[in-house]
Design a protein around this ligand. Sequence first.
Ligand SMILES: Cc1cc2nc3c(=O)[nH]c(=O)nc-3n(C[C@H](O)[C@H](O)[C@H](O)COP(=O)(O)O)c2cc1C
Length: 474
Amino acid sequence: MLDLRDWLEKSESVGGVRVIKGLHWDMEIAIAANRRLMGDDPRAYLFDDIVGYPGGYRVLSGATKTAQQAALCLGIPETATRKVIEATRKKLPEWEAAARQSKFDPKVVQTGPILENIDSGKDVDLFKFPTPKWHELDGGRYIGTTCAVITQDPDNGEVNLGTYRIVVHDEKTVGLYISPGHHGRIHYEKYHAQGKACPVAITVGQHPLISNIASVPVSFGNEYNIMGAISGEPVNVIKEEITGLPIPANSEIVIAGWCPPDKMRDEGPFGEWTGYYAAMGPAPFVEVERVYYRTNPIMTGSGAGAGAGQNIVPGIMMSSMVFNGLENAGVPDVRGAWISNFAGQMWVVVSIKQRYAGHSRQAGYVASQGTPASAYHGRYVIVVDEDIDPTDIRQVLWAVATRSDPETDIEIIRGAWSTPLDPTIQRPTNRFVNSRAIIDACRPYEWINEFPKVVDVTNLELVEKVKEKVNKSE
Ligand SMILES: Cc1cc2nc3c(=O)[nH]c(=O)nc-3n(C[C@H](O)[C@H](O)[C@H](O)COP(=O)(O)O)c2cc1C
């Protein structure tokens, strides 16, 4: 059962939860949850008694920021980041196959905790919830930062869950920013092309697996099935009354309404995961008709920028997708793939054991464009030899500095899939594409055996002997 309260209990085994009381929604929660400003506490933070709000109306931040928490979320019996990625990538085809075979179709139930409280029509007031202001220059309070936006394809009925930022415009309206190419946007564009309003439901407090799967490009259909396959049981959903969309029965807060065609409202700025503010601009919005919430609801949320970007599950999932994408494309001897935790898919590292001339370029091109996990919003792909740990930035930069020749080892791809969130795209424009660099930081295959030897002590017996001597001399 994907229930956030159940998760909070289980997470005691991976650091637990720290309850913090008496902070203000206006920047205080954001600062307290920011690791750069406040330090590396591995616990999730649960903010209660928020100034101006009744006790019990809570905000949870940082539920999956450590490898241990990520492993618990994905049901992986490992605790070190690289091992969690390795185990996840092995599980991924199993999860995909189970999802494709409809083994974990969501289970429609008639009731669940989300129905404990329902505000309809004139009673809808989104300011009832203690939505934090996450960044100083944000153009509003973003209720959706660790959320899942539920939409449906009007042509084939496929349900999508995507994490897209959601601002509270007023008591009854939220702004919906979705980048080009993302499924939620394709869905509302299809409705709007027929002159119809698009039904939208948004969960803004839920078990971390729900928002984590919503925030990665699972291209194999219904995200609910993947969540079911990972957790080992179908996700319980309730058919939301006015939109008909399936909402998680155990969510904490769900907003439902309609996104009308031909209407926009200015949205932003917002402090984005890139570490920069995305500019204000016109974006669609949702006219909210219903709000469902549990008694004493828990909103989930997080800031972005330096010190935030704390959630490591999307990076683990997307690293796994890049690794498997390389293998599926027939690239042999892949040893690791890493989507960075500081610049996301703008910094992708792949390690291989070179087998033939051209192997490293092949890996670089596929890693850059072969999966949506890295094709969207990417920038640099670095290919390294198997002796380099792709998750260790010092080792990677050492390989770039010492094994690549700028004139011959950097390939450029132009006109690639980017987004208005890309800080390097100058406005005004409607051309949201960028260039990509593939840096081949592998030793040149043609003379790999003559390449200078790496300076290291390989005589491990001698190392042990010296250690013993050093210890004895204490
Ligand atoms: C914390 C977080 C916030 C995100 N915010 C947005 C957003 O505001 N708009 C957007 O288009 N994508 C956003 N994304 C990325 C999408 O959620 C991601 O690309 C996802 O795969 C899209 O799902 P879809 O392919 O089903 O549309 C965010 C991802 C994360 C992890």
